[in-house]
Design a protein around this ligand. Sequence first.
Ligand code: FES
Length: 193
Amino acid sequence: MGVNIKFEPEGQGGIVAEGSYLWDAAKRLGIRLPAKCEGRGECDTCAVVVQEGATLLSSLTDAERVHLSQDRLAAGERLACQVKVERAGDLVLRAVPVTEREETPEEAVKDFRKEFREMPLERKFATLFEFEAMTAYQTLNAISNIPSKVGEKVLDIMAGRGRRLSRRERDAHRPAEHRRTSNEAGQKEKQST
Ligand code: FES
């Protein structure tokens, strides 16, 4: 039967296999949820509000108790990388906007680009020298090509590690509470792809 997921407010969604993590399911459906800690359960950027279908999901993990306040848990928030869909049925979710959660490196870079563009020239110089990784030569080079060069450099500094994780790497980050059943989930995920 599978799990019918719908993301509000756009209404995007589709069917995914039982045993899928919400973050993976969203990705498979073309919805990119942020994941600053790359699914390690160390941030709150992947938070979603479960509007319908909470009983289909795995129990709260320790990571969710740490990173979501009582108020947020009471409002139905879960960390998408920590939650497995354990039962078939209908799920309605909404991603938590950035104003209510931590900013990802990409979002911070975007904000910085805007802020930088609006700075007076003197502040631009001062700001660039604050980035220790930039030499004077790079700074002058960047200044001559504002904002694209600066944006690229800042992007390198802030999000340099890259964000693509292999299935094996993601599995290594799964909540400790789920490790016993991770092999079984992996089988189901494979079948659904
Ligand atoms: S991506 Fe950091 S907790 Fe989910």
